[in-house]
Design a binder for this molecule. Structure first.
Ligand code: FAD
Length: 461
């Protein structure tokens, strides 16, 4: 069976490998670089920056660890970027080698659907080729959303793409949007020494997270002296001399060298020929698929950011696997009931399942187990005591519905909860499981015990 995939991000390249494992003859078309947004301009580069800034942050607190520094540590942005590029290139080579080992053909060019069996590839040297195929997966991803009134100029008004390759640390950075990308860059550039302001239209930061997480994180931003404007719109932008002047809806004006607009993503569903063959798209341009990742046109599948939320690399990859398995004759459905979200701010944030505010909207009766990292010995040994674990369970059945963590290594700790929700476990299942001491994972155990008022390291209420 001949399968052609357009886009080699975490949706497309994972689908390619899974389909090849199952015996398909796979061609993958990529116009930029394998790994997509995630590897080249997203997950991996930002986390490489975070590794540098986390270390830098610790060096500012060396005395707290009984250490002395005789000298000065300063961030060197070009070296941080060089390190990031090296990591990205290693991973690019890794994906290319996987393609070779599985016999996957990579074509470097832009793919456009001509019919459900034909794709034209436009190569960078202006030559073209039309290939025939039996099945197609569209995995073209997304790009930064551009505000109509505040268009990107790539220099002073930038997107996350440019924020990863600045020539110097700006003295002042204004970030429009307090979503995941905006908050991650706020923490990175603040730690590198920039003055940072965030402007957010909604009443809270990270508005899709549990309300307690948003509230604590907003306090942490303030502690870092990041200016936070909530319920505020960036109404107008003027470029004057070297600076960007941002007029806010509260009447104030913020002036900075750079403005990072991080207000969401646009779907790469235009210019790929899908209108011509009648693939259904939603009102925002997302391709519409069913639980098997099939579009309305037979033999055409779509996965990843281009089909809309939840827009994470791990979701794109899972959707890619489901599409590849269905194409290969297995009968699989995507299941979004236990999708972790991981936010690499300081402190880290991770969550899975229902938020407390959603249980109120849905009228679900719940129990909440809550445990703070400051009551955990390991958190003190690593000097990261801010944050908590919150477990939401159904009152009647004790079944875990949602887990929300803000604190050290939250993005690693969440997976015990992801497994618990995926397997329909109860708080008592985590509460009664022996967790190693001293670990941060004890926070999950104690939060689960607190759901039944049995947490050991908590005062009598
Ligand atoms: P993409 O990764 O966007 O890949 C699509 C590919 O298709 C691209 O390589 C593109 O060049 C190619 N393409 C498009 N059109 C064509 C065409 N016509 N022909 C050929 N090729 C084409 N997610 C996480 O899970 N964790 C994180 O920590 C995280 N951090 C992020 C940080 C930032 C700054 C950003 C911007 C995103 C982050 N994300 C993160 C989101 C994550 O990057 C995306 O969810 C993920 O990349 C989606 O994968 P995809 O394969 O659907 O699309």
């Amino acid at each position: 069976m001949k399968l052609t995939i357009i886009g080699a991000g975490p949706g497309g390249y994972v689908a390619a490998i899974r389909a090849a494992q199952l015996g398909a003859n796979v061609t993958i078309i990529e116009e930029k670089e394998v790994g997509g947004t995630c590897l080249n301009l997203g997950c991996v580069p930002t986390k490489s920056f975070v590794a540098s800034t986390d270390l830098l942050s610790k060096t500012h607190r060396l005395e707290e660890y009984g250490l002395e520094l005789h000298g000065k540590i300063v961030p060197n942005l070009s070296k941080i970027i060089e390190r990031k590029n090296k990591i990205v290139n290693t991973q690019i080579n890794g994906i290319r080698n996987l393609f070779k080992s599985w016999g996957i053909t990579l074509k470097k060019g832009s793919g456009i659907l001509i019919s459900p069996q034909k794709i034209r590839i436009n190569f960078p040297d202006a030559s073209e080729e039309t290939i025939e195929t039996e099945k197609i997966i569209i995995a073209t991803g997304s790009r930064p959303y551009e505000l109509p009134d505040i268009p990107f100029d790539g220099k002073k008004i930038i997107s996350s793409n440019e924020a990863l390759n600045l020539s110097e640390i700006p003295k002042k950075l204004i970030i429009i949007g307090a979503g995941i990308i905006g908050c991650e860059f706020a923490c990175i550039y603040k730690e590198l020494g920039a003055e940072v302001s965030i402007v957010e239209m909604l009443p809270r930061v990270l508005s899709t997270e549990d309300i307690d997480i948003s509230n604590l994180f907003a306090r942490e931003l303030k502690k870092k002296r990041i200016n936070l404007y909530l319920n505020t719109k960036a109404e107008k932008i003027d470029l004057l001399n070297e600076y960007v002047h941002v007029i806010l809806s509260n009447g104030k004006k913020e002036v900075a060298e750079k403005v990072l607009v991080a207000v969401g993503r646009s779907f790469n569903s235009n210019n790929i020929g899908i209108e011509r063959i009648g693939v259904n798209i939603g009102s925002r341009g997302e391709i519409i698929v069913n639980q098997k990742m099939e579009t309305n046109i037979e033999n055409i599948y779509a996965v990843g950011d281009v089909i809309g939320e939840p827009m994470y690399a791990h979701v794109a990859s899972k959707e890619g696997i489901v599409a590849a398995e269905n194409i290969s004759g297995l009968n699989k459905n995507i299941d979004y009931s236990a999708v972790p979200s991981a936010i690499y701010t300081h402190p880290e944030i991770a969550s899975v399942g229902i938020r407390e505010q959603q249980t109120e909207e849905k009228g679900i009766k719940i129990n909440i187990g809550y445990f703070e990292f400051r009551a955990i010995a390991k958190a003190h040994t690593i000097r990261e005591i801010e944050g908590f674990v919150k477990i939401i369970s159904e009152k009647k059945s004790d079944k875990i519905l949602g887990v929300h963590i803000i604190g050290p290594y939250a993005t690693e700790l969440i997976h015990e909860a992801v497994l618990a929700i995926n397997k329909g476990l109860k708080t008592k299942d985590i509460a009664e499981t022996i967790h190693a001491h001293p670990t941060l994972s004890e926070g999950l155990m104690e939060a689960a015990q607190d759901a039944d008022h049995k947490a050991i390291h908590m005062k009598k209420q």
